[in-house]
Design a protein around this ligand. Structure first.
Ligand code: NAD
Length: 353
């Protein structure tokens, strides 16, 4: 089990340190885990001048799975676009062909009060958003800012091929088969031709999954329904840009982005696993960050890349136990609970493990 760990920037190194402790514990219990570490994002810009050095891409390419902390921060915001930390992230996703982004939004019963929505609206929430990650308007050409008829214009291209839609639809249908067999595909077919094709291909693919109940929803309605009645959803599948926005919205239903893992998979289930949140520069270096999203990303890695369901469940159970014991980092803290920092939360997970 070759794992490439990319701590990144901001709170990245603090939270991956705790995930590394979990991996070390699993190794001493017999899992054949090998770890390599490399630079990405702003820390790579500082050391090597680029956000994704060739050596990092090489190590990530050789590994079975990648564990990423987070990248970015104000220090690098003024850099030219191709040297910004986020470019490293887009680059690694594209190079490794990680086209399927799985973002669960789960509300642990212990944290029902952490949500800004009423507990009865969100209690027991368990949604899986499947976002296409390597296509769409984020990568479409042509793109740019240029002069046209004496005026500056900015432009991007929204584009999906049938094959790109089909492979992400299959991932979503397969996940729906393992859950409650309900899939909602999100598009904007009333305005965008690109997403008319999306709807047509997903509908066609549904014929291979007669046991899955497929529905379609326009993205504006989906954004509204996610806050009105989120429990109507089980698995959702959508394109890169809509998925970017909806998965952040869904994550906030749960109260803390510090709790949510994510996976990005290629066609052979090789994956990059990372917390859904960013590098949180406002709390970086203070020992306050919640490491649970990163630790839960390790659980997803064990499940989706390594097929180690038992070990995955063990890590998830350890996290649940720590929450049940009343430990909370600042982002999920509420009255009557014990507030702890990043390392103490890691200690507690290891003890529970
Ligand atoms: P963010 O997710 O970093 O932070 C948003 C808020 O959530 C902040 O108040 C932060 O303190 C809090 N937060 C985030 N993770 C937390 C954790 N584990 N524990 C406790 N609190 C946590 O989003 P942002 O502020 O919009 O972005 C900051 C930087 O991160 C930017 O440079 C952005 O480009 C980058 N970013 C990186 C990724 C990634 O690496 N995948 C994703 C999103 C943003």
């Amino acid at each position: 089990m070759k794992i490439c760990v990319l701590p990144g920037d901001g709170i990245g190194p603090e939270i991956t340190a705790q995930a590394l402790r979990v991996l070390a514990a699993l190794r001493s219990d017999g899992l054949p885990i090998e770890i390599e570490q490399a630079l990405i994002g702003g820390s790579a810009v500082d050391a090597e001048g680029v956000p994704l050095p060739a050596s990092t891409l090489g190590l990530a390419g050789e590994a079975d799975a990648v564990l990423l902390g987070a990248v970015g921060g104000p220090k690098w915001d003024g850099l030219p676009r191709d040297r910004r930390p986020e470019r490293g992230l887009l680059g690694i996703r594209k190079s490794l062909e990680l086209f399927a982004n799985l973002r669960p939004a789960i509300l642990y019963p212990e944290l029902a009060n952490a949500s800004t929505l009423k507990p009865e609206v969100v209690a027991g929430l368990d949604i899986m958003i499947v976002r296409e990650l390597t296509g769409d308007i984020y990568f479409g050409q042509p793109r740019g800012i240029e002069q046209r008829d004496g005026e500056t214009v900015g432009f991007n291209t929204m584009i999906y091929s049938e094959a790109e839609i089909r492979r992400i639809a299959r991932v979503a249908f397969d996940i729906a088969m393992k859950r409650s067999r309900r899939l909602c595909s999100v598009d904007k077919m009333n305005v965008l031709e690109c997403t008319q094709l999306w709807r047509d291909v997903v509908t066609e693919e549904a014929k291979s999954y007669p046991d899955v109940e497929l529905s379609h929803m326009l993205v504006d309605n989906a954004a509204m329904q996610l806050v009105r009645n989120p429990k109507q959803f089980d698995v959702m599948v959508t394109g890169n840009m809509f998925g970017d926005i909806l998965s952040d919205e869904a994550s906030m239903l749960t109260g803390s982005i510090g709790m949510l893992p994510s996976a990005s998979l290629d066609a052979a289930n090789k994956g990059m696993y990372e917390p859904s949140h960013g590098s949180a520069p406002d709390i970086a270096g203070k020992g306050l960050a919640n490491p649970l999203a990163t630790i839960l990303s390790v659980a997803m890695m064990l499940r989706y890349t390594f097929g180690q369901e038992e070990a995955a469940a063990r890590v998830e159970d350890a996290v649940k136990r720590v929450l049940a014991e009343g430990l909370r980092t600042a982002d999920i803290h509420e009255k009557g609970k014990r507030q702890v920092g990043t390392a103490a939360m890691g200690d507690a997970v290891l003890a529970a493990l």
